[in-house]
Design a protein around this ligand. Structure first.
Ligand SMILES: Nc1ncnc2c1ncn2[C@@H]1O[C@H](COP(=O)(O)OP(=O)(O)OP(=O)(O)O)[C@@H](O)[C@H]1O
Ligand SMILES: O=P(O)(O)OC[C@H]1O[C@H](OP(=O)(O)OP(=O)(O)O)[C@H](O)[C@@H]1O
Ligand SMILES: O=C(O)c1cccnc1
Ligand SMILES: [Mg+2]
Length: 550
């Protein structure tokens, strides 16, 4: 099957770092360019102080390599750019013009999976010069995608499964690609909908929205409403000729009733706000919602909303809800809920107590957590800036490291042990315990026998000798599957976004809760087999120069 290219047409072979081309030339000049290399793409630390990450961006990588080909003008540009330092041999450009990914293989964990540090998310094999050109675009396509999907999943975890999460971040996102990507990967991470219309069209993400303060404050008085008629919802022959008056009648009823309450609700409401709400209801009688905080939530927004909602109720329509966008969201949502419950009883409107309350305004994990602790009555959260910009952490540090060349394992050493790469072409497995939770991820050499259900296996920390444990897995899942094996090769299908989202939600739901909590979560164990452990340390000693003290 022919795969379409990446979503963003800016993702071309030139969307890479210059040094990938200079290295490609040097490989070519040395006659090394066709040597078979294996690279692992992984990250070293979970983001946001957490102990888990959601892997995202794979589909874009596969679409990128499926269409990887340098066009003539791109080769001309590379020629121009590289010849500023010295004239390169023309044969290199001839080679570049024939480069594609037909000899590349990509193994990866399925998109939407919960993943952990050091375990390869993607393994790319192929001619070294070609795979090197893929490093930067792969990292670019995976780093932000995984960061934002993780961020979304974390917001969902704090908000709780029963809450609706709406992504409202397009206006604050880092440019158009940031905005589109954020909508897609927030949905993947468990958000329910986006306000981003383009993302709705491209990815089929459900669209949701309310209205803004501008809409409310643009109205001056009910006299502005020209067409005041509204047809009954089910009986299309019956029409209310003056919906505006019906609303005003309801407002008076609410006001006289509220006089008997204790004063925080009702009284004189803002008439321009009432005009805005009435107008919105006339435009969307089936989906009336109101932003209630433009003037005063309790004294104006809520009574005005109730008046319009009760008028709609007379005509067989059910109001959709309110949005709160400022103030104390715990207090205001609770007060609004109380009023809705009283209105349900007082005016006999079944279900009115359940009117949906949406909250927005600079929400993030902390504010969601604080709201939970105070108790609130919010049903849906509209979250923008913090989720799309990944305000709490700017980047996920995925890296792309050479682990084997010409079947020879390679290691990258570092003073910082967390930065030492794990050599060899590997396989990785997730081992599940008795209670069904994942216990540990283990990497083995490519040709080692896989861990078996019911058989004890030693899992070793890759670098810390004293950290090891025996595990008797109740279930074993191999993590990496083949997603690209040349253009015609058999490979895993790329599932629809909805299925990836479901995988993500389901995997997150099966994690042990102590790995998921916000405060001091327990690290998930990532290990290597005894054989791989020994080999890493053998190679480490082999490659590290011995110092000499004078
Ligand atoms: N009950 C609450 N507990 C903790 N944080 C809250 C609570 N209610 C709202 N917040 C958060 O507090 C911050 C309040 O923002 P800010 O101080 O700008 O006031 P505001 O309500 O937006 O007022 P205005 O927009 O009228 O200036 C927001 O980030 C909001 O999400
Ligand atoms: O707060 P965020 O999480 O980024 O969510 C999106 C915000 O965007 C809108 O505000 P608007 O652009 O009108 O600006 P303002 O509310 O900051 O004044 C909306 O009312 C939310 O408050
Ligand atoms: O539909 C909304 O309420 C919305 C959309 C984007 C940003 N803020 C709010
Ligand atoms: Mg705001």
């Amino acid at each position: 099957m022919v795969l379409a290219g990446p979503t963003n047409p800016m993702v071309t072979p030139l969307l890479t770092d210059l040094y990938q081309f200079t290295m490609a030339y040097a490989y070519w000049k040395a006659g090394k360019h066709k040597e078979r290399a294996v690279f692992d793409l992984y990250f070293r630390k979970n983001p946001f102080g957490g102990e888990y990450t959601v892997f995202a961006g794979l589909e874009e990588c596969i679409k990128f390599i499926a269409n990887f080909k340098l066009a003539d003008d791109e080769i001309d540009f590379v020629r121009q750019s590289l010849s500023t330092s010295c004239e390169l041999e023309e044969g290199f450009y001839k080679y570049l013009s024939g480069v594609d990914c037909s000899e590349v293989e990509v193994y990866a964990i399925q998109e939407g999976s919960v993943v952990f540090p050091k375990v390869p998310l993607v393994r790319v094999e192929g001619p070294i010069a070609v795979v090197q050109l893929l490093e930067t675009p792969f990292l670019n396509l995976i780093n932000y995608a995984s960061l934002v999907a993780t961020n979304a999943a974390r917001h969902r975890y704090v908000a709780g499964e029963s809450k609706m999460l709406l992504e409202f971040g397009l206006r604050r996102a880092q440019g158009p690609d940031g905005g589109i990507g954020a909508s897609r990967y927030c949905y993947m991470g468990g958000f329910h909908a986006t306000s981003n219309v383009a993302a709705g069209k491209i990815f089929g993400i459900p669209l949701r929205g309310t209205h803004s303060h501008a809409f409310v404050s643009s109205f001056m008085s009910p006299d502005e409403i020209i067409d005041k008629s509204l047809r009954h919802s089910s009986d299309k022959r019956s029409t209310c000729e003056d919906f505006v008056s019906l609303v005003q009648t309801w407002l008076r009823k609410i006001q006289s009733w509220s006089n008997s309450l204790n004063g925080t609700f009702g009284g004189e409401t803002n008439h321009s706000e009432l005009a805005a709400f009435t107008s919105y209801a006339l435009a969307f009688p089936d989906n009336f919602l109101a932003l209630v905080d433009t003037y005063d939530v309790m004294r104006s927004g809520i009574p005005n909303f109730c008046a319009v909602a009760l008028a709609l109720n007379d005509l067989g329509y059910k109001a959709a809800g309110i949005r709160l966008d400022s103030g104390d969201l715990a207090y205001l949502s609770s007060e609004a809920r109380k009023i809705f419950l009283i209105v349900e009883k007082e005016f006999g409107v079944p279900g009115f107590g359940k009117t949906v309350i949406t909250a927005s305004n600079d929400l993030n994990e902390e504010t969601l957590d604080a709201l939970n602790k105070q108790r609130h009555e919010v049903d849906a959260f509209g979250i923008g800036t913090h989720v799309v910009t990944c305000y709490a952490q700017a980047a996920l540090g995925c890296v792309f490291k050479l682990v084997e060349i010409n079947n020879q394992p390679r290691i990258k050493l570092s003073e910082d042990v967390t930065k030492v790469s794990i050599p060899c072409k590997k396989r990785s497995y997730r081992l599940f315990g008795k209670e069904g939770y994942p216990l540990v991820d283990i990497m083995t050499g490519e040709n080692e026998p896989p861990p078996k259900v019911g058989e004890r296996i030693l899992c070793r920390h890759p670098f810390n000798e004293s950290k090891r444990a025996y595990v008797v897995p109740q279930r074993v899942e191999e993590l990496m599957k083949c997603f690209w094996h040349g253009p015609g090769g058999v490979r895993e299908d790329l599932p629809p976004l909805k299925d990836i989202r479901e995988r993500c939600i389901s995997q997150l739901g099966k994690m042990r809760p102590d790995h998921m909590r916000r405060l001091n979560p327990t690290p998930y164990k990532v290990s290597v087999s005894a054989k791989l452990y020994d080999f890493i340390h053998f190679l480490w000693l082999n490659e590290a120069p011995v110092g000499e003290l004078q």
